[in-house]
Design a binder for this molecule. Structure first.
Ligand SMILES: [Zn+2]
Length: 109
């Protein structure tokens, strides 16, 4: 977890190891994001690919990162939605390049 105050990386909360800023809410959000991704994986194992995409999108809304894009791409492939998988792949590439401004919704065409 990167501290928004001093930019120090923190593996544990609730306080920043350097500036002692309270990171409780950020850690809670990250925990919610991890639970959402876990639920997306559970849906995927059950073959419920559309629900998996929805959970991945929620995780991406909480914090945009490559893991949610990859999971959504796999879910789209399971559902044989190749256009959706392609969008996720493009988003994944943008995120790898650090270009978060052009990342689009999993559902938009
Ligand atoms: Zn800090």
């Amino acid at each position: 977890m990167r501290c928004p105050v001093c930019k120090a990386d923190n593996l544990q909360g609730p306080q920043c190891r350097r500036c002692k800023a309270d990171l409780t809410l950020l850690f809670a959000l990250e925990e919610q994001r991890q639970r959402t991704l876990a639920e997306a994986r559970r849906c995927l194992r059950r073959g419920e690919w559309q629900a998996a995409v929805k959970h991945a999108e929620t995780a991406n809304w909480l914090r945009s990162d490559e893991d949610a894009q990859q999971l959504a791409a796999v879910a789209h492939l399971v559902g044989r939605d190749f256009a959706g998988a392609w969008r996720c792949y493009q988003n994944w590439r943008l995120l790898r390049q650090g270009d978060t401004g052009r990342v689009r919704s999993f559902f938009s065409a």
